[in-house]
Design a protein around this ligand. Structure first.
Ligand code: NAD
Ligand code: UD1
Length: 342
């Protein structure tokens, strides 16, 4: 299968490129390097011993995307490109709506013009909102999002579903696969690629990794007064290579099917903030220093997946646990203390 990964030089895209190439598929990448570096793709080629067709492109640029898609004519597009920082989206909502929605609309227009039918989309568990009770199942109603980033995912899901509906039953009916990620963490086991956040990390695992490697003094745990066994929030942390393999199965599934399908990509197992701090301490060989701070605005207490549908329909389930997550995150962080910047 020929795949085009928009945003493929980013964290999840680069790991998915490895999994796709390892599964014998061809990979092209279109990325504007807003939050990534072509070095990630060079390392994907080093890991797999295979070539990637790499295009520097803004996915919202229609004529550029027409040129790339015409050259590649992929069997499936996996749409990762987007802005993803929750706090930044509150400060820059217009940029978030513009970039995330425009890239999706542009792809749909190009697909229609070229007769391409298959798209897999990076959505998020954030669309379940604050009121659903975990474990989240795909048929729960979507919730109210707490920030513009979340709303862009919510809206992109709707746009893709509407685009499919318009052509349902026709020869050009789309195959839309919406993947709702839980908390992607960890790195490829080689330690050659991993998450490389710019500036101060917003997310837990990159923050813990940077404390462990000495780049930051301590982690602040956002609240220990939740109604959970140790008082800290619980999440469904999924190894990024499990997530990547989920994309391979989703893209393969899309080839034989038409319609819109939603899948949770999670493990189904919740872990608390302190569980992750302790597991990381074991992996890196010394305790990770932390202090308890106030709750973070917008945090939900609990979020985890019911992952049964992906297992039943895609034949996929997460295989790696938190010890592998921390081992691989540490290998990446300790081997590349400044990320790709070195
Ligand atoms: P990332 O920032 O590492 O990757 C996104 C990539 O898209 C980057 O390489 C960036 O340069 C590129 N990009 C952004 N706008 C672009 C544009 N207009 N044209 C071309 N390239 C563009 O983020 P990630 O963690 O790999 O996330 C990938 C996707 O998964 C995103 O859509 C994100 O919202 C979604 N997602 C991520 C998480 C997570 O925790 N990482 C969770 C749920 C969903
Ligand atoms: C956050 C986003 C979510 C997005 C996801 C991407 C919010 C409210 N939600 O999810 O929309 O899809 O990132 O990965 O921002 N924590 C600390 N200290 C820290 C950082 C985090 O205690 O320095 C805690 C948080 O309170 C949370 C857990 O660690 O309980 C995980 O946080 P994080 O990695 O930011 O992910 P989410 O909040 O689940």
């Amino acid at each position: 299968m020929k795949t085009l990964l928009t945003g493929g030089a980013g964290y999840i895209g680069s790991h998915t490129a490895v999994a796709m190439l390892d599964a014998g598929h061809d990979v092209a990448v279109a990325d504007n390097y807003y939050n990534s570096s072509p070095e990630a793709i060079r390392r994907v080629e080093e890991i797999t011993g295979r070539k990637v067709s790499l295009y520097e492109a803004d996915v919202a640029d229609r004529s550029r995307m027409m040129e790339i898609l015409r050259a590649e004519m992929p069997d499936c597009i996996i749409h990762f490109a987007g802005l993803k920082a929750v706090g930044e989206s509150v400060a820059m909502p217009v940029e978030y709506y513009r970039n995330n929605i425009d890239t999706t609309l542009t792809l749909l227009e190009c697909m229609k013009e070229l007769g391409l039918t298959n798209i897999v989309f990076s959505s998020s568990a954030t669309v379940y909102g604050e009121d659903n009770i975990p474990p989240f199942t795909e048929n729960m109603p979507k919730g109210v999002c707490t920030n513009p980033y979340g709303w862009t995912k919510w809206m992109q899901e709707q746009i893709l579903r509407d685009a499919w509906f318009a052509g349902a039953g026709s020869e050009k009916e789309l195959s839309v696969v919406l993947l709702r990620y839980f908390n992607p963490v960890g790195a490829h086991e080689s330690g050659l690629i991993g998450e490389d956040p710019q500036g101060i990390p917003n997310n837990l695992m990159p923050y813990i990794s940077q404390v462990a490697v000495g780049r930051r003094d301590h982690l602040t745990v956002f609240g220990d007064d939740y109604d959970t066994p140790d008082g800290t929030c619980r999440r469904d942390y999924i190894h990024v290579m499990d997530l990547a393999e989920g994309h391979v199965r989703a893209a393969e599934y899309s080839l034989g099917n038409r319609g819109t399908e939603v899948f949770n990509l999670g493990t189904g197992n919740p872990y608390s903030v302190l569980d992750m701090v302790n597991a990381f301490g074991k992996a890196c060989g010394h305790p990770v220093k932390y202090e308890i701070g106030p709750r973070r605005a917008g945090d939900v207490q609990d979020s985890w997946a019911n992952a049964d549908k992906a297992k039943e329909v895609l034949g996929w389930e997460a295989k790696r646990g938190i010890d592998e997550i921390c081992r691989d995150a540490w290998k990446w962080q300790s081997g590349n203390p400044q990320g790709y910047g070195e």
